[in-house]
Design a protein around this ligand. Structure first.
Ligand SMILES: Cc1ncc(C[n+]2csc(CCOP(=O)(O)OP(=O)(O)O)c2C)c(N)n1
Length: 283
């Protein structure tokens, strides 16, 4: 990747974070922590890797994204709006009556959302089914991506899917684990540890990588490596920070579903704008 491409993706992630803050502040509360932790991944997916057509969200040859940790809707909607799937003003209707942007992702309501999610564990299975369907249709160049959380990975369904996807040799399935080490109740290691998660996915037969989930270039190269493996599903474990980008929130379990007042919104946006200045200066 060129330096310019990296800078552009960092700025996209920064913009996704800003819109996420504004979107959640428009209703005053929301799942901000686990939204901010996947902003860099969403920037790489929507602005670098995924084949999409914002003017034709159901384009039959598009790549698919299933956000299995469906409570991260605000970040996904922000990426979709920035990409041009719908008007940015829609972001500020989040979770209000008659909105097309419910707090959790809903494929029947929002252009660009490929699967309804929210019940943790199910999206991963849906993604495997989509990948299998595309494989059966001979669409080898169509990729299905999915994003799970570390708390979500405690669900039994995640491991059923892990077994199934490897058995079916779904090389067109690329998963990301947003390993921010926190869930609703506190530290994942305290609630129900994932242990050696890399060894577990390898044992299940997946091509497995572990990288810094806030490094856009590392995410890009990990996806390229995943695409080169044709006979195994891929899992990319992203070391991330819940609430990433906002000092008051970073690494705190309380940011899972938090209030965002007007004052906090302005403070958070100022912090993110300061980051954008540094990115533009090449830092
Ligand atoms: C089956 C199911 N059980 C419980 C919940 C409630 N819930 C929503 S988010 C969440 C915590 C998820 O933690 P994690 O996957 O680590 O998400 P992140 O920290 O990335 O936001 C829980 C228990 C749910 N949505 N679905």
């Amino acid at each position: 990747m060129t330096k310019e491409q990296v800078t552009d993706l960092k700025l996209k992630a920064n913009e996704i974070r800003k819109e996420t803050v504004k979107c959640i502040a428009s209703i005053g509360v929301g799942h901000i922590g686990g939204s901010l932790s996947i902003a860099d991944l969403l920037a790489v997916l929507y602005f670098d890797e995924m084949k999409t057509d914002p003017s034709n969200p159901l384009w039959k040859d598009r790549d698919w994204l299933v956000v299995s940790k469906g409570h991260s809707g605000p970040a996904v909607y922000s990426a979709l709006a920035i990409k041009g799937f719908f008007d940015r003003e829609l972001l500020y209707t989040l979770n209000k009556s008659n909105t097309s942007l419910p707090s959790h992702c809903d494929r029947r309501k929002t252009p660009g959302i490929d699967m309804t999610t929210g019940s943790l564990g199910q999206g991963a299975s849906n993604a495997a089914g989509i990948a299998l369907g595309n494989k059966m249709d001979g669409k080898d160049e169509v990729y299905t991506y999915f994003i799970t959380g570390d708390g979500e990975t405690q669900e039994g369904e995640i491991w059923e899917q892990a077994l199934f996807a490897a058995h079916k040799k779904l090389g067109n399935l690329i998963g990301f684990l947003d390993y921010n080490k926190l869930q609703i109740d506190g530290e994942t290691d305290t609630v129900n540890s994932l242990g050696d998660i890399v060894a577990k996915y390898i044992a299940f037969g997946w091509h497995t990588q572990r990288i810094d989930g806030h490094d856009v270039a590392a995410i890009h190269y990990a996806i390229e490596s995943a695409k080169a493996v044709k006979d195994k599903p891929s899992m990319i474990i992203l070391d991330t920070v819940k609430g990433k980008g906002i000092a008051e929130l970073e690494g705190k379990a309380s940011c899972h579903n938090a209030n965002v007042s007007e004052d906090q919104k302005n403070q958070y946006l100022a912090e993110l704008e300061a980051e954008a200045v540094l990115i533009r200066e090449g830092n």
